[in-house]
Design a protein around this ligand. Structure first.
Ligand SMILES: [Zn+2]
Length: 120
C-alpha cells in the first residue's frame, strides 16, 4: 500500500463527492454502490469499510419526512385523482432514493474511516 502523507479531506466533502476519504482524489466507488477494493491514488483499502444498511435508513427517514407532508399538501390543496399520487410519489421516491443513496453511503464510509468502526 502506498503511503499517503497529504491532508485528508473532511468526511462530508469526501463522501458527497464520492472520493477517497484518505487522499480525497481516488474514486470511492466501483459501480453505483459497490466500494472500490482500494483507492487507485493512495492505495487505502476501501471495501472493508462497508456501511451496511446505514445509508438506506437515513434515506428512508429523509424521503419519508419530505414525501408524506408533500403528498398530504397536494391532496388537500389540489385534490388530484389517486392515480396521480401513485405516479408522482412513486417517481419521487425512486428518483430520490437513487439520487441520495450514493452520497449518503459516501459520507458514512468517510465518517467510519475518520472515526473508526466498532469492529475495527
Ligand atoms: Zn486515496
Amino acid at each position: 500500500m502506498a503511503d499517503w502523507h497529504g491532508p485528508s479531506p473532511s468526511p462530508i466533502r469526501a463522501g458527497l463527492t464520492c472520493r477517497c476519504p484518505r487522499c480525497g482524489q481516488g474514486k470511492m466507488f466501483d459501480g453505483y454502490l459497490t466500494l472500490a477494493e482500494r483507492c487507485a491514488v493512495c492505495g487505502v483499502a476501501l471495501r472493508e469499510r462497508d456501511s451496511g444498511d446505514g445509508p438506506a435508513v437515513f434515506v428512508i427517514f429523509i424521503l419519508g419526512a419530505l414525501v408524506v407532508p408533500l403528498a398530504l399538501w397536494v391532496e388537500v390543496s389540489m385534490e388530484p385523482p389517486y392515480w396521480v399520487h401513485g405516479v408522482v410519489w412513486t417517481t419521487v421516491v425512486i428518483a430520490g432514493s437513487l439520487a441520495l443513496l450514493r452520497p449518503f453511503k459516501g459520507v458514512m464510509v468517510a465518517l467510519q474511516f475518520r472515526h473508526g468502526t466498532p469492529d475495527q
